[in-house]
Design a protein around this ligand. Structure first.
Ligand code: IMP
Length: 193
């Protein structure tokens, strides 16, 4: 099976992506590839951060690889936390701290519209391609559910009345931003084969 390095050590994301790619590739994380670096995400857009991550790994390994950068964009907060989703409440903030800050900023705000966005940068045979996926929804008034990660306990996808954390990976895998970005990458793989 063809190997593809996933330029991340996020085990949750790797788990979701393996399921979404239907084991079409042997997806290995940075640690599994023996790469022990922390790639910075210094840019103002998900696209630039995704490119930085995959290009860094490609330059190091010369192997096919991909990265993804995702974020939660809240309409009433002008797109915050966006690229800062992972470190909204501070550099080393936990998901609980990020969620608490988001709820605090949304106190007394009735427009709860939000979307998750994923951008994938794939480098194959030295060429970069970008894929994108968006999942619309809204921010709950309080966290619910134990599944998933990050903002999942607060995000209610459009058409549902439960959070991603309550719906679980089965439902999330059908409708998520990551699912849509991977589906578009899969289309590309199908065209190539
Ligand atoms: P990064 O893409 O590694 O920069 O991380 C983005 C951050 O966005 C994560 O640490 C989470 O806080 C949040 N995030 C991205 N995707 C999801 C998701 O599917 N569910 C919940 N939170 C997410």
């Amino acid at each position: 099976m063809k190997q593809l390095i996933f330029a991340s050590n996020n085990a949750h994301k790797a788990h979701e992506i393996r399921a979404l790619l239907n084991n079409r590739f042997d997806i290995i994380t940075l640690k599994e590839a023996g790469i022990f670096i922390d790639i910075p995400e210094p840019h103002a857009t998900l696209e630039e951060n995704a490119s930085e991550k995959s290009l860094t790994i490609y330059k190091l390994t010369n192997k096919d690889c991909f990265s993804e950068d995702s974020g939660l964009e809240v309409e009433a907060l002008a797109g915050e936390p966006g690229v800062k989703s992972a470190r909204y409440a501070g550099e080393k903030a936990s998901a609980e701290e990020n969620n608490a800050l988001l709820l605090k900023k949304m106190e007394n705000i009735s427009n709860r519209n939000a979307q998750f966005k994923t951008v994938i940068s794939l480098i194959m045979d030295g060429k970069e391609m970008m894929f994108e996926g968006v999942c619309e929804g809204s921010i709950a008034l309080q966290p619910s559910g134990n599944g998933g990660f990050g903002y999942d306990p607060l995000f209610i996808p459009k058409g549902y009345d439960k959070t991603f954390a309550e719906l679980g990976i089965e439902v999330k895998s059908l409708i998520s931003h990551r699912k849509k970005a991977i589906a578009s990458m899969n289309q590309f793989f199908k065209k190539c084969s």
